[in-house]
Design a protein around this ligand. Structure first.
Ligand SMILES: O=c1[nH]c(=O)c2nn[nH]c2[nH]1
Length: 295
């Protein structure tokens, strides 16, 4: 037997960093959770108990904090690339660093209609994420994403014309509730090295804004014929807006809200055009995925 794949490191490293603007007194906070897993000539630590090749995971955790102190943590694509590049530059036997960053959203509080200089509200479960593979020979591959952005529309969604056979009970609808937890990922064309990432820094926040705004606008405005078609439109639009992105993927659960027939109760009408009270379902749920590539 041989080690056919191996990577190790520290997961769930929670990092908070504050930026204090001395001139304005405005403080800005970033909170993220980092996972950093290393690959390289480390097989003997598995096969021969040779720890001489092991950069201890505790040292990896220390490095995450030190580099967060010495370098920007925003955009997360830059910090991930700085962190990964550190390991392949410092340790000749480490050839790849896999960095995942989950950034929580602290939204600046408005008090009496004014943005507060140092108070924030956590915005639900939505996160901004980065998965980066920093490789000595293959450059830097970055996938950016939005996750757990939960949305609902109370109309403007239909689903009909699907296969009708002896397995079908679903009734066709021209007006349904649509709710989902958005996971959207945009895959950047490979960056040659950290310098190439640094040269692209302004593009990362802009791409996240585009992806998030496009998702919300199309979700709200599309007269959706299906989740499949609406998500394809989202992918197309992001590819048009962000030239340096090679592909976009969406994963959308269909979080069903079932109509309730209450006619058994004194003929109470609550289905079709009379539907007002629904039963939100925890499961089962539809799950629709797609990847749309530029070429
Ligand atoms: O948007 C939808 N896509 C589907 O594939 C599906 N299947 N049942 N309901 C559905 N809604």
């Amino acid at each position: 037997p041989r080690v056919s794949a191996a990577r190790y490191g520290k997961d769930n490293v929670r990092v908070y960093k504050v930026h204090r603007d001395a001139a304005t007194g405005v403080q800005t906070v970033t909170e993220m959770t980092v996972c950093c897993l290393l690959e390289g000539e480390i097989e003997t630590s598995y096969t021969k108990a040779d720890n001489s090749v092991v950069v201890a995971t505790d040292s990896i955790k220390n490095t995450i904090y030190i580099l967060a102190k010495q370098h920007p943590v925003n955009p997360p694509e830059l910090y991930a690339s700085i962190l990964g590049s550190h390991f392949i530059e410092k340790y000749a036997h480490i050839h790849v660093a896999n960095v995942k960053i989950v950034v929580n959203r602290w939204i600046r509080m408005e008090v009496d209609g004014k943005p507060h200089p140092h108070s924030f509200i956590k915005d639900g479960g939505e996160t901004r994420n980065v998965e980066a593979r920093i490789s000595r020979k293959d450059g830097i591959v970055i996938n950016s994403s939005i996750a757990d952005l939960t949305v609902l529309k109370s109309t403007g969604s239909a689903f009909h014309g699907y296969v009708q056979d002896e397995f079908t009970t679903l009734r066709e609808t021209w007006d349904r509730i649509l709710s989902t937890d958005v996971s959207a990922t945009w895959k950047w064309s490979t960056f040659a090295d950290l310098k190439a990432v640094e040269a692209s820094v302004p593009k990362f926040d802009a791409a996240w804004e585009s992806a998030r705004n496009t998702t919300l606008k199309l979700f709200a405005e599309d007269e959706s014929a299906s989740i499949q078609n609406t998500m394809y439109k989202m992918c197309e639009s992001i590819l048009e807006q962000v030239p340096d992105v090679a592909a976009v993927t969406y994963e959308l659960p269909n979080k069903h809200y079932f109509e309730l027939d209450l006619s058994w109760h004194n003929g109470l009408q609550n289905t079709g055009k009379d539907a007002e009270v629904y039963a939100p379902q925890s499961g089962p749920n539809g799950l629709i995925r797609c990847e749309v590539s530029r070429s």
